[in-house]
Ligand binder design. Structure first.
Ligand code: F6P
Length: 351
C-alpha cells in the first residue's frame, strides 16, 4: 500500500551525538522517495513547545553526513516540566500539520515520546546516545565515535605515563553505565577500569598498582566513568562526584571530577606522581566514524518505513546485524548496563 503526501517532523533532543546528521539526512532522502514533506523541528522538544520549525529538502541535508552535532540543534527541554507542555506539543504538531514525528534521542527524549505515544500521538523513536545505555538495541550511534576518541586519548596518555613513571587517570563519559570506559579501556589496554555498575574500594585500586610495581611496571593507566563510585572503606558507600548541585529538566545532576579526586587519593597514599585527564565533550564532538554514519543512516531509513507502516510508539533498534523495532517503553523503562561477563573480560587485565 502506497502512503501519499505525508508531512513528517523530526527532532533531535538531549546531548548531541556524532551521527545525528546521518539520521536526519537519511530520513529526508528516504521521505523524498515517497513524495513526503519533511519538517525539521529545532532544538528538541523546545521547537514543538514554541514552534521553531523549518522545511527540510534535499539541499538542506546536502554535505552534512560527515559533520558532528546536529543541524537541527538540541536542548534538554522536557515538555512535562512546563505548564501545559504536553498540550502545547500536541496542538503545535497539529498546527504545523504533522502526520507523524520522528524523535531522535536517548532515554529522556524518548521518555517524552513514549508518554506522547501513549496519548495516541504518532511518534516513532531513533536511539541516540554516546553512552550506549538504551535498552533493546545492541548499539546506539555515536558510541563508536566516542569510544575511538577515548581510545586514542588513552594511547597518547600511555606513552607519557610510561616516560614519567606516573599513574594516569582518564575520565570518560557515562552517567549510569560504563560502556565507553569498558570499550575504550579494553581497546587501550587499561590497567584498571572503574564503572558505575561496580563500586570499587580504594584498597583494590592500590593493590593493582602495587602488584604492577612488584613486577617492575612503573606506571598505571586507570580509566574511570564519570558516574563511577569509589568507596574509601567497607563501612562507607561511595558517592558520585558532581560538578555542581544543579539538576536539569530530566532530573540529572552534572557529573565530573572523579578523576581529580582519585588522583589526589592515589598520590597521597602511594607517593606515585599522578595526573588526571577529563575528556568531557571532546568525546561528543567532531566527525562520526564510518560505523556511526552507517548505523545512523540505517536507523533513519528504517524510521521512515516505521512511519509508513504506522509503527507508532516504537523505536528502531539494532539486534545483531539487523535493524528491527521494539516498543519505546521497553527502551526507556530500564537502562542497559555492563554485565558481569563483559566486566570479567576487562578484569583479567587488572594487574
Ligand atoms: O547523555 C550523554 C552525556 O554525554 C552523558 O554521558 C553526560 O553525563 C552528559 O551527556 C553531559 O551532558 P551536558 O552536555 O548537558 O553537560
Amino acid at each position: 500500500m502506497e502512503v501519499k503526501n505525508l508531512k513528517i517532523g523530526m527532532l533531535t533532543g538531549g546531548g548531541d551525538c556524532p551521527g545525528l546528521n546521518a539520521v536526519i539526512r537519511a530520513i529526508v532522502r528516504k521521505s523524498i522517495l515517497y513524495n513526503w514533506e519533511c519538517i525539521g523541528i529545532e532544538n528538541g522538544w523546545k521547537g514543538l513547545v514554541d514552534i521553531f520549525v523549518r522545511p527540510l529538502d534535499i539541499n538542506s541535508v546536502s554535505g552534512i553526513l560527515q559533520k558532528g552535532g546536529t543541524i537541527l540543534g538540541t536542548s534538554r527541554t522536557n515538555p512535562y516540566k512546563l505548564d501545559g507542555g504536553e498540550q502545547k506539543v500536541i496542538e503545535n504538531a497539529n498546527k504545523i500539520g504533522l502526520d507523524a514525528l520522528i524523535a531522535i534521542g536517548g532515554e529522556d527524549t524518548l521518555g517524552v515520546a513514549n508518554k506522547l505515544a501513549k496519548k495516541g500521538f504518532p511518534v516513532v523513536g531513533v536511539p541516540k546516545t554516546i553512552d550506549n545505555d538504551l535498552n533493546g538495541t545492541d548499539y546506539t550511534f555515536g558510541f563508536d565515535t566516542a569510544v575511538n576518541i577515548a581510545m586514542d586519548a588513552i594511547d597518547r596518555i600511555h606513552t607519557t605515563a610510561e616516560s614519567h613513571h606516573r599513574a594516569m587517570i582518564i575520565e570518560v563519559m557515562g552517567r549510569h553505565a560504563g560502556w565507553i570506559a569498558m570499550h575504550a579501556g579494553i581497546a587501550g589496554g587499561a590497567d584498571l577500569i572503574l564503572i558505575p555498575e561496580k563500586e570499587i574500594k580504594i584498597d583494590e585500586i592500590l593493590k593493582v598498582m602495587d602488584d604492577r610495581k612488584k613486577r617492575g611496571r612503573t606506571f598505571s593507566i586507570i580509566v574511570v566513568s564519570e558516574g563511577a563510585k569509589i568507596s574509601e572503606s567497607d563501612q562507607k558507600a561511595g558517592q558520585m562526584v558532581l560538578q555542581d548541585q544543579k539538576i536539569d529538566a530530566f532530573g540529572h545532576v552534572r557529573l565530573g571530577g572523579i578523576a581529580n579526586l582519585l588522583a589526589e587519593i592515589i598520590e597521597k597514599q602511594t607517593g606515585v606522581e599522578t595526573r588526571a585527564t577529563i575528556l568531557g565533550h571532546i568525546q561528543r564532538g567532531g566527525s562520526p566514524t564510518a560505523y556511526d554514519r552507517v548505523l545512523g543512516t540505517r536507523f533513519g531509513i528504517y524510521a521512515v518505513d516505521m512511519v509508513k507502516n504506522g509503527k507508532f510508539g516504537r523505536m528502531a533498534a539494532l539486534k545483531g546485524a539487523e535493524i528491527t523495532d521494539i516498543p519505546i517503553d521497553d527502551a526507556v523503562s530500564n537502562l542497559k548496563v555492563v554485565d558481569d561477563d563483559f566486566y570479567n573480560v576487562a578484569r583479567t587485565f587488572f594487574r
